[in-house]
Write a protein that binds this ligand. Structure first.
Ligand code: PLP
Length: 375
C-alpha cells in the first residue's frame, strides 16, 4: 500500500465491542490483573505502556518502516533518552549545526554523563569518517537540517557509522516519512519532534524514536523511557495519531508552497542566500532529489542588510505569524538567532520560514511587502 493510504489507516485495531472508527482516549493510569495477578491485557501502569501510546507507536513503526517505536513527551526527551541509554566513555558524532536544543543538552550534560562528542559537517561523509573512534556508538544527522537546510547523504553516513560498529540516528523532523524514510537508506534509528508536522496544528507536544530493529539500543532506550519516565500523555498520543491521518496531503501542499516562495526569494534583490534543497543552486539539491519525494516546507534565507534587515523583515510580516516552531498549517516567520537566545548558533542575518497551507500567492505578497525591495 502507498504512504497516503497507510497514513490514514496505520495504528489501532477496531475495538470489537464498540466498533469505534476513531480510537477512544484512554486515561486510566493503572490496569487490572486477574486472580493470579497476571495482567488482563497488554498494560499494567501508564508509565510503562498505555493504549494510546501503543496505538501511536504502532502507526509510526509502520510509516517509517521500522520494527518498534518509543513515544516521548517531547522531541528533546526522545533525543536525550538516547543519550542516557549510552554508557560513560561512549562517543557520538554530531552535526555542527545540530538543532540547538541538542547542542545545549550536549554542552550542559555530556561531561556529567561521561559522553564524548565531536561536531562535524555531517553533509561531508569524509568528515564523519574522520571523526569516528573505536568508542563511537552513534552518528547523529539531521537532514534537511534546522535551520540551514543542509542535506546529508544517508547511505554514506550509514556506511561510515557501521564501519566502526556505530549506529546512525537521523532526525527526520523536517522531512517526515511522507517525504523521506531514512531506514530504507541504511539508518538504524529515526527521531522526530512530533510537535511539528505529525501534530500539524501547533497544539500538541511529543517526540519519538523509530528503531529499525529491536536491538540492544532499543532495549536500553525502552528501559530509559520506562524508568526515567519522559512519557507521552494519552491525549497527546491521540492528537498526534489524528495528525498523522492528514500528514501526506499536508506535506505535499506545504512543500509546493515553500517551493514557490523559494523561487521568489531566489530572485529578490535584498536576499544574499536562500537555503532550500529544491533550488538547483543548493549544494544538496541532487542528493535531496534522490532521497526525498519532495523538498519540504521549511526554508531559510540570509539578507544582504544583515541582522537589522532580517529583524525588520520579520517585523513587517502580517500574514506570516512571528513565532518559533514549525510544521503547523499556519505559516511562521522568525529571526532565528533571537529565538535561540544567548546560545544562538544561527547566523544573525538569517530568517527562517515554516510554510503552511495558506494560498502561495497570499504568502508571496506578504513576504514581498515585508522584504521592502530596494529601488
Ligand atoms: N529536532 C528538530 C529538527 C527540531 O526542530 C526540534 C524542535 O524545534 C526538536 C528536534 C526538538 O523537539 P521538541 O521541541 O518537540 O522537544
Amino acid at each position: 500500500m502507498r504512504f497516503e493510504t497507510r497514513a490514514v489507516h496505520a495504528g489501532p485495531p477496531t475495538d470489537p465491542d464498540t466498533g469505534d472508527v476513531v480510537p477512544p482516549i484512554r486515561l486510566s493510569t493503572t490496569f487490572v490483573r486477574d486472580a493470579t495477578s497476571k495482567p488482563l491485557g497488554d498494560h499494567t501502569y501508564i508509565r510503562e505502556s498505555n493504549p494510546n501510546q501503543a496505538y501511536l507507536e504502532s502507526a509510526l513503526t509502520e510509516l517509517e518502516g521500522g520494527e518498534a517505536t518509543l513515544a516521548f513527551g517531547s522531541g528533546m526527551a526522545a533525543g536525550v533518552a538516547l543519550f542516557q541509554s549510552l554508557s560513560a566513555g561512549d562517543h557520538i558524532v554530531m552535526p555542527e549545526g545540530v538543532y540547538y536544543g541538542y547542542a545545549v543538552a550536549s554542552r550542559e550534560y555530556f561531561a556529567k554523563w561521561g559522553i564524548e562528542a565531536d561536531f562535524v559537517r555531517t553533509e561531508d561523509t569524509a568528515a564523519i569518517r574522520k571523526a569516528l573512534r573505536p568508542t563511537t556508538r552513534l552518528v547523529w544527522v539531521e537532514t534537511p537540517s534546522n535551520p540551514m537546510l543542509r542535506v546529508v547523504d544517508l547511505a554514506g553516513a550509514a556506511d561510515a557509522a557501521h564501519s566502526v560498529g556505530a549506529q546512525l540516528l537521523v532526525d527526520n523532523t523536517f522531512a517526515t516519512p511522507a517525504l523521506q524514510r531514512p531506514l530504507e537508506h541504511g539508518a538504524d534509528v529515526v527521531l522526530h519532534s512530533a510537535t511539528k508536522y505529525f501534530g500539524g496544528h501547533s497544539d500538541v507536544m511529543g517526540g519519538c524514536l523509530v528503531f529499525g530493529k529491536k536491538d540492544p539500543l532499543f532495549r536500553s532506550t525502552l528501559r530509559t523511557l520506562q524508568v526515567l519516565g519522559a512519557v507521552l500523555a494519552p491525549f497527546n498520543s491521540w492528537l498526534i495519531l489524528r495528525g498523522l491521518r492528514t500528514l501526506a496531503v499536508r506535506m505535499r501542499a506545504q512543500s509546493e508552497n515553500a517551493f514557490k516562495i523559494a523561487r521568489m526569494l531566489e530572485r529578490h534583490p535584498t536576499i544574499a542566500a536562500v537555503h532550500y534543497p529544491g533550488l538547483e543552486s543548493n549544494p544538496g539539491h541532487g542528493l535531496a532529489g534522490r532521497q526525498m519525494e519532495a523538498y519540504g516546507a521549511m526554508l531559510s534565507f540570509q539578507m544582504k542588510g544583515g541582522r537589522d534587515a532580517a529583524l525588520a523583515t520579520v517585523g513587517r510580516a502580517r500574514l506570516f505569524i512571528r513565532a518559533t516552531s514549525l510544521g503547523g498549517v499556519e505559516s511562521l516567520i522568525e529571526h532565528r538567532a533571537t529565538s535561540e537566545g544567548a546560545d544562538a548558533t544561527s547566523p544573525d542575518d538569517l530568517v527562517r520560514l515554516s510554510v503552511g497551507l495558506e494560498h502561495a500567492e497570499d504568502l508571496i505578497e506578504d513576504l514581498s511587502r515585508a522584504l521592502c525591495p530596494v529601488e
